[in-house]
Design a protein around this ligand. Structure first.
Ligand code: MG
Length: 384
């Protein structure tokens, strides 16, 4: 089994990845987290990585005190994150970082020839073809961790790309499924964080409530599987049992099913092509009885429209949407804007900022920070 570096080890994906590592005795080369040094230190004590990174360097001294005994090297910031990904002993990098911050370490891992298990969808959305071009040039394996993309990846095993007609990308619909736009105005942060089927981090849970998550995943699927926008159909599927499906040219549809538990796609990304035992509950179709499917409501959930138009525009447009969304979700989580304003700020950013061609990672960072600035300034101007 491959030795892994885990970025975002104290987040929802990281913690579940370490569950998988614990169960199968997967060795850990490096751990990296944003600022939760108490949990990071506990993880380090158990998994004994060579290197530990805390992104926020204000926590470095505390982390050092907590992990002295392990003898691990402590690093900080973006340089530290990249060091954790490029460590000689790491064969696979699991990137569970939230946001476009994950792009640089993803590229660093690929350039260093590491296989990548990617949970950080923003890197792929904002990074455009830069990431996939690097993957092809270096010949590394990129394993999707996102449940839908893992499903599509699994459904495509053993088939020919030219036979693929369409991807059916499923979406739970989030906690506000069925609500009209008017009814979304006063929904609270805690209501937005109460996802019906998946246990995830805060940013992605809010993105699931606005359906921005599905918009980002739509672009993620275009990149990962080299399909165009009209080759993907988004279908709301309330039970989150069908994790996505592919349709071939003869009309055959292959879907991947299972109970909603991220440890399945995480484990497959870490051990692919091996399938190992898992403590995840077995799927009982008769317990469910029936499964439901609906068309998405693009009017009430307008974030998804911004993502689709960014996909059509190309260049830095997806980076603008991704950056604006990150900032708008942060404002919503700190109760500074209401739920519908997330979508307004994202579409506002896309209108206000002209997308440019995307050639280098620098173009991505510039577009992302321009979009974040737009959101902050628009919010501040409203207060005046
Ligand atoms: Mg997903």
């Amino acid at each position: 089994m491959k030795t892994v570096s885990i970025l975002g080890s104290t987040g929802a994906i990281g913690v579940q990845a370490l569950d998988v590592a614990r169960m199968h005795g997967i060795r850990v080369a490096a751990l990296a987290a944003h600022s939760n040094v108490e949990l990071l230190a506990k993880q380090a004590e158990e998994f004994r990585p060579k290197l530990i990174c805390v992104y926020d360097e204000a926590f470095a001294d505390k982390l050092y005190d907590l992990t002295k005994e392990t003898g691990a090297e402590i690093v900080t910031g973006m340089d530290g994150l990249c060091k954790a990904t490029t460590l000689d002993s790491a064969e696979l990098v699991l990137n569970g970082v939230v946001g476009t911050i994950g792009l640089k370490p993803t590229l660093a891992a690929i350039e260093a020839g590491k296989d990548v298990a990617l949970a950080n969808k923003e890197a792929l959305v904002a990074g455009g073809d830069i990431v996939m071009e690097a993957v092809r040039r270096k010949g590394i394996n990129l394993y999707p961790v996102d449940s839908e993309h893992s499903a599509i990846f699994q459904c495509l095993q053993g088939s020919r790309r030219r036979d693929l007609r369409k991807i059916i990308l499923t979406a739970s619909g989030g906690p506000f499924f069925g609500k009209r736009r008017k009814e979304l105005e006063n929904v609270t942060v805690s209501q937005a964080l109460a996802h019906p089927t998946w246990k995830m981090g805060k940013k992605i849970t809010v993105d699931s409530a606005t359906l921005m998550n599905k918009g980002l995943e739509f672009i993620e699927a275009m990149r990962l599987f080299g399909v165009s926008a009209d080759e993907i159909e988004i279908v709301i599927h309330r039970e989150s049992v069908v994790h996505s499906a592919v349709e071939f040219r003869d009309g055959a549809v292959i879907a991947q099913l299972g109970v909603p538990d991220m440890r399945v796609p995480i484990q497959y990304a870490l051990t692919c092509p091996e399938r190992l035992e898992s403590p995840v509950k077995a799927l009982s179709l008769t317990d469910y009885g029936s499964l439901s499917f609906y068309k998405p409501d693009f009017e009430a959930f307008d974030c998804i429209k911004s993502a689709l138009s960014a996909a059509a525009e190309g260049g830095t447009a997806p980076a603008i949407v991704s950056g604006a969304d990150e900032e708008a979700v942060a404002l919503f989580l700190s109760e500074k804007i209401n739920f519908l304003q997330i979508g307004e700020l994202v579409s506002g950013a896309l209108k206000a900022i002209s997308p440019r061609p995307l050639r280098t990672p620098g173009d991505v960072y510039e577009a992302v920070s321009e979009a974040r600035d737009y959101v902050i300034k628009t919010y501040e101007n409203r207060l005046k």
